[in-house]
Write a protein of this length. Structure first.
Length: 270
């Protein structure tokens, strides 16, 4: 009988090796019959619309952020969120993870690199409307820097960034120039996933590896829901200038944003 199915991200491969950043080429998900694990197919087949399911007509009448949120929620399982629809989880449930301090530190270091990259891109604003996403209050590179310094003071060695973080960061740099709408999808997911599932993950991992401290990574200055509302409003405002094709381009990137996020956590999986 098939074992528990979840998206297996092979260590030597990044989701980005498998799915180059072009609209036409998307990661293809299939079930590997022998193991039952859902894997991103290595094949780079051209597929028309294999990523997030298309928005329904009702969703299309709503502000764009609601389309983005609906596309993201469809990629969750019911185990992750009550509204989730995905049958086979894209990663093992957090309760099954076997994190170590070393693995968690790798995740924090890679996350810092990813946040630094997003923050640098919007600061540079090579695409003028990226400037709307400066200083949102959701930035996490400084809190992560403080958390890593705390771990160092506790006697832990802070690792250098490793493959998932380095690959994702350089992909984001490239995407920010070549495909702004797809870049926005990653921007949204990195920040909003962290405020939702990210906090659940942080709490459970801290319990498992016995960290007594509340990390700054999970604390925001000011009212988090107001900060989120402000960013949602900016996303809506920016996307109001996009064509339907550009909006779809953004939604099409959703599954890849999930795969990249999961890849950053793979050091904590069994
Ligand atoms: C252990 C894995 C995960 C868990 C437990 C989890 C859990 C959740 C929960 C509880 C919510 C809030 C739903 C609500 O407000 O009603 C949420 C929202 C969300 N999650 Fe996840 N999630 C996980 C993985 C991911 C991943 C991998 C991504 C993408 C990188 C992601 C992206 C999002 C987004 C974009 C939202 C919507 C946030 C918003 O607009 O308010 N999640 N998730």
């Amino acid at each position: 009988m098939a074992a528990l199915t979840f998206l297996s991200v092979p260590r030597a491969q990044s989701p980005l090796d498998r799915a180059p950043p072009t609209r036409a080429v998307n990661a293809v998900f299939r079930v590997r019959p022998r193991t039952g694990f859902l894997v991103v197919a290595a094949s780079r087949r051209l597929v028309a619309a294999a990523a997030a399911p298309a928005a329904s007509a009702a969703e299309r009448d709503k502000p764009f952020i609601e389309e983005m949120r609906a596309a993201a929620m469809r990629l969750h399982t019911r185990d992750q969120d009550r509204g989730g629809e995905k049958e086979a989880p894209m990663e093992p449930p957090v309760d099954k993870w076997e994190p170590t301090v070393e693995g968690y530190l790798r995740f924090l270091v890679d996350s810092k690199l990813v946040f630094e990259t997003l923050e640098a891109v919007v600061h540079r604003a090579a695409v003028p409307w990226y400037a709307e996403f400066r200083n949102t209050g959701l930035e996490r590179s400084e809190p992560l820097k403080k958390d890593l310094e705390w771990f160092r003071q506790q006697g832990h060695t802070i690792p250098e960034p490793c493959a998932p973080g380095i690959t994702y960061a350089s992909f984001l740099e490239e995407l920010s120039v070549k495909d702004p709408q797809a870049f926005v999808c990653h921007f949204y997911n990195v920040h909003f996933a962290h405020t939702a599932g990210g906090r659940i993950i942080g709490k459970k991992v801290a319990e498992k590896i016995h960290i007594q401290k509340e990390l700054e990574f999970y604390e925001w200055e000011g009212d988090l829901s107001q900060l989120q509302q402000d960013v949602r409003a900016k996303l809506n405002q920016v996307a109001s200038g996009w064509s339907r094709a550009e909006k779809d381009r953004c939604l099409d990137e959703m599954e890849k944003a999930f795969a990249c996020s999961i890849d950053l956590r793979r050091h904590m999986f069994p």
